[in-house]
Design a protein around this ligand. Structure first.
Ligand code: GTP
Length: 478
């Protein structure tokens, strides 16, 4: 798969599935890289049920500079307790928006007993496939409508929920949290809201599902929406959009419901199609300082160029930049995007830079504007979500993977009980063997996040958000 992963010597690679090790950079980036580069090859293998031809027909893709935030691409995730209807919702969305391949639908119809197709089968088929692998937690589903393309991190609900949600939501611009209208806000819902808040997912949708089983009553919806919004707002979730739906009957998923005329808001799809994707601190934020993690060095004769993908902000020829962690400064003398000399590049474009001075720049270095430096330190304090069966303990030796850089680190302190079990989120202090250049997660999701890796077997142990405070969460293993 990506050169990145093999850099620490572990042969992951199950596209379109992804292991948690790829979480922060992930297949999203591969997808994005391909899309912005206008690559002809689809992100998912040809013939796979997820292989949506629309992906390669991005308007103006080849050669066209990527729009700052790729307004036509939304990355999103779903969350909800077991049986709240995640699979049915996604199936309904694909079905009603005609975003599913015809042969797949036919197979589902044949497999379903009863009247309509069992929409959960559309996603459960993929899930079974995914569950064959131990480390595979999230399947990425690609679909498109005429308005927008979507990448959905489809997470199984029943087990290891937090891990999956962290994996799925960390790069998402939106997450849909489902509740069952008959049950309302439950412990799990609060936990999902807390994780969404921690990950700073910019848009949270509360889908109050199974409204058909609640008589399509406005009062039922209103009280659940009010309770959730109060709770989520208290956690710092910027905005909640609550939508009453029946995933099974198709109310307010793609088409507006005729049975809930008291609801005037958007359907789920309308909302997905219209929600703004540029977020503060995100790759599309025009005010964010430039962050350019060097992926590899290209040598042609005497000329050296540094290739990578802008994690945030923009770089221009003439910019005074500092290369971290060394701290040396120089000037950008050339920028190549898609093999063409350009004056500038902006996130999320991939680019190759030329620098005025012959500095010793290598993979894992971070090129930043000299006037807007991140923190450079060997000490990292972060909210960490533990993703492995083996608990994390002080004294543990790990590899810390941050953007394109992997360094050795040791766990110095874990607040509270002093250990982190699977799915727990806690405050962790780390000391790295070499300085790392990072931002606060609040300022930049990309340069403020990292994963911890087991140096022995390459397993992903944990995901961290620098400078964040771990929330108090109910019920760690929901
Ligand atoms: N009446 C009614 N039933 C629904 C609705 N949405 C889903 N269901 C049913 O609820 C059950 C669970 O739906 P799923 O879509 O499998 O739920 P899930 O959240 O994906 O559950 P996991 O796969 O276990 O995570 C199925 O029997 C669905 O048919 C709805 O809007 N109304």
């Amino acid at each position: 798969m990506t050169a990145d992963v093999s850099a620490y010597g572990h042969p992951y690679g199950h596209p379109p599935h992804v292991t948690a090790a790829l979480m922060m950079r992930g297949i999203f980036q591969e997808a994005r890289a391909r899309l912005t580069a206008g690559a002809a090859a689809p992100v998912v293998p040809e013939g796979h049920p997820n292989a949506m031809p629309q992906l390669t027909e991005e308007p103006g893709a080849p050669g066209a500079p990527a729009a700052a935030a790729e307004p036509d691409l939304l990355r999103w995730a779903t969350a909800g307790s077991v049986d709240d209807g995640k699979s049915t919702l996604v199936g309904r969305l694909l079905h009603d928006s005609k975003s599913v391949l015809a042969d797949q639908l036919e197979a589902v119809s044949r497999a379903s007993s009863g009247e309509g197709p069992d929409l959960a089968l559309l996603t459960d088929g993929l899930r079974a496939e995914r569950e064959q692998g131990i480390t595979i937690d999230v399947a990425y589903r690609y679909f498109a409508t005429p308005r927008r393309r979507f990448i959905l991190a489809d997470t199984p609900g029943h087990v290891q929920y937090t891990r999956n949600m962290v994996t799925g939501a960390s790069t998402a611009a939106l997450t849909v949290i489902l509740v069952d209208a008959r049950k309302g806000v439950v412990e799990q819902t609060r936990r999902h809201a807390a994780v969404a808040a921690l990950l700073r997912v910019p848009h949270v949708v509360l889908a109050v599902n199974k409204m058909d089983l609640a008589g399509y009553e406005e009062a039922v919806f209103a009280s659940i929406a009010a309770e959730f919004t109060r709770f989520a707002t208290g956690l710092g979730v910027p905005g909640v959009t609550a939508i009453p739906i029946s995933a099974l009957a198709g109310d307010n998923v793609v088409e507006p419901s005729t049975r809930m005329d008291w609801y005037r808001g958007p359907t789920v799809l309308e909302h997905l199609e219209n929600v703004p994707v540029a977020e503060e601190g995100g790759e599309g934020d025009p005010d964010a300082p430039a962050r350019f993690p060097v992926q590899y060095v290209i040598r042609t004769g005497d000329v050296r160029r540094y290739a990578g993908q802008l994690a945030s902000g923009a770089l221009r020829v003439g910019d005074r930049v500092t290369v971290l962690p060394s701290g040396r400064s120089t000037t950008v003398t050339g920028i190549d995007v898609l093999g063409t000399e350009t004056g500038a590049a902006r996130a999320p474009q991939s680019a190759a830079l030329r620098l005025a001075d012959d500095l010793d720049v290598s993979r894992g270095d971070l090129v930043v504007p000299a006037r807007a430096l991140p923190t450079v330190s060997r000490d990292i304090d972060a909210a960490v979500c533990h993703l492995h069966e083996r608990p994390l303990r002080p004294g543990d030796h790990v590899l810390l993977k941050h953007t394109t850089r992997t360094v050795r680190a040791v766990v110095r302190r874990i607040a509270g009980t002093g250990r982190l079990a699977l799915n727990e989120i806690g405050q962790v202090q780390l000391r790295t063997a070499e300085p790392v250049a990072f931002d606060a997660y609040a300022a930049s999701r990309r340069t403020g996040s990292f994963v911890l890796i087991d140096p022995g077997d390459g397993a992903t142990l944990a995901a961290g958000m620098t400078g964040e405070t771990a929330p108090e969460l109910p019920d760690a293993n929901g």
